[in-house]
Design a binder for this molecule. Structure first.
Ligand code: FAD
Length: 468
């Protein structure tokens, strides 16, 4: 058996794993990503938020590759939802925060392509990515987690010892159990999704043709995501008590649910279901919302769906995965640099992560009240987030993923310039750590704030000195 030592081992090469690997490798640390599949591989979760596209993806340097991929641009969302009989639309451009980075759009992505771009990007930055390698166990003693065992592409078991294990292995893996704690499922959001792909569906009139269209109906709601001019992802999310409707023949079930929803039915009138290739299969996924009671223990941390998942109506999954990856990378970078102790760094990670998750969760509880108009949703968004802008803008900030007052998500360009000035984060760390953090108040009592380049935690207003 081969045993090796690295700084960080990341389990899973989805958006959470590849982002955390990139952000830690950017500091020159040795990072290995173990991914059980060979990319490109299928994944659901195709509608992204500006916080991911213009915030995190810009910081890790993936913007150009994403642009080249030619993904559909989404200017906002269109909902047939709540008391209004007519669909209503919101635009990301309503948000002042997003215009700062010209982030007036997000992408609808084929995840097989998007996830590969991010994983290749992690490789480019210096993480070692090993595909077809499945993590089978976590190595720990009483004090902390020390590494993982995995089976490589040749079927041989190996071990990696690491200062940190990042579990970014998604919702269906069981690796998360090694942090102990409990996975708590929501009583409220317990739905099941049935989804497939269509050719030739109708588009919303310009400029909204790239928007996600979400339409509520008696049994739940349907997403309609334009992945290209001709390809559309269509999924019915039905409440647990209606789950019987998706048993039996999936084709019949999906077409039956679409028939129940006149708006989507009309959009698919001349469309044909794709029956071949990665989009040919009709898939069923339980999409119960959950969160783990613990997100880390010494030596191990959970990122993305391994940690929590919230109902997909606002397309928050990839945002939560990439944002938690940023929070994790800051914690690990700070502890390895010796500037912040482990307990304080991961406390900050956990509090910020749960705050973001909790805001979406609470907002969604109100959003599922179908008896009120959209203005009531906008009001709730403002009240929940404490946003000082208008009710509509507060709503757009929330559903664009930028309500957390996190500069990395809205001013990534500025952070990146500061990072580049440190020549890859190595040489002038001392300057950057203390720079321009004074104005940013901590979010929690005795909390930390991000460093000027977003890569570390620092004490509020502290001039940090380290031996870079
Ligand atoms: P994943 O993308 O699941 O990646 C985990 C990776 O870990 C996988 O590649 C897997 O192969 C690998 N892995 C697993 N086990 C092991 C192991 N033992 N060893 C090595 N590797 C392993 N999100 C959105 O943003 N927008 C949407 O529109 C949206 N729609 C959704 C609709 C539905 C019905 C559902 C269920 C989810 C939706 N999501 C959406 C959520 C989104 O799919 C996830 O939140 C997102 O993929 C999480 O990313 P991740 O990196 O945490 O995990």
């Amino acid at each position: 058996m081969r045993v090796e030592d690295v700084d960080v081992v990341v389990v899973g090469g989805g958006p959470g794993g590849s982002t955390v690997a990139s952000l830690i490798a950017m500091q020159g640390h040795r990072v290995v990503v173990l991914e059980k599949e060979t990319f490109p591989r299928y994944q659901i979760g195709e509608s992204l938020l500006p916080s991911t596209v213009h915030g995190i993806c810009r910081i890790i340097g993936a913007t150009d590759e994403l642009m080249k991929a030619g993904f559909t641009r989404k200017l906002g969302g269109t909902f047939r939802w709540g008391a209004s009989p007519e669909p209503w639309t919101f635009f990301f451009s309503t948000s002042q925060k997003m215009t700062a980075e010209d982030a007036l759009y997000a992408y609808q992505v084929e995840r097989s392509k998007f996830d590969k771009i991010l994983l290749d990007n992690a490789r480019r930055i210096g993480a070692e990515v090993r595909e077809n390698c499945s993590v089978t166990d976590v190595i720990a003693d009483d004090d902390r987690v020390r590494g993982v065992s995995y089976v490589n592409a040749e079927g041989v078991e190996n071990q990696i010892r690491a200062r940190y294990v990042v579990d970014a292995s998604g919702s269906r893996s069981r690796i998360y159990k090694h942090v102990s704690g409990e996975r708590k499922y929501s009583e409220f959001f317990r739905s099941v999704a049935l989804f497939g792909y269509f050719h030739g569906g109708k588009r919303l009139p310009a400029p909204n043709s790239g928007n996600i269209l979400s339409a509520a109906f008696d049994s739940g709601w349907i997403w309609y995501i334009p992945l290209s001019d001709t390809l559309t992802s269509v999924g019915a999310v039905v409440r647990r008590e209606m789950a019987g409707k998706i048993q039996g023949d999936p084709e019949k079930a999906l077409l039956g649910l679409i028939d129940e929803c006149p708006l989507i039915s009309e959009y698919l009138r001349d469309a044909k279901r794709v029956t071949e290739g990665q989009y040919g299969e009709l898939r069923v996924r339980k999409d119960y919302s959950y969160r783990n009671t613990k997100m880390w223990r010494p030596g191990m941390v959970l990122v993305g769906d391994a940690a929590c998942f919230v109902d997909p109506v606002f397309s928050t999954g990839v945002h939560l995965a990439t944002y938690s990856a940023l929070l994790t990378a800051r914690s690990i970078n700070s502890v390895i640099a010796g500037t912040i102790d482990e307990q304080a760094a991961f406390r900050e990670f956990e509090l910020r992560y749960m705050r973001e998750y909790g805001t979406f969760y609470q907002f969604l509880v109100s959003f599922y009240d179908m008896h009120v108009s959209e203005s009531s949703y906008f009001w709730t968004a403002k009240k929940l987030t404490g946003d000082t802008s208008s009710e509509l803008e507060s709503f757009v900030n929330l559903v664009g993923g930028v309500s957390s007052r996190e500069a990395a998500l809205t001013q990534a360009g500025t952070l990146l310039k500061r990072f580049q000035r440190t020549e890859g984060g190595q040489t002038q760390l001392r300057v950057i750590l203390g720079e321009e953090t004074e104005g940013e108040p901590p979010l929690f009592d005795n909390g930390l704030v991000p460093s000027g380049d977003g890569m570390f935690w620092v004490m509020p207003g502290a001039a940090v000195s380290i031996n870079a």
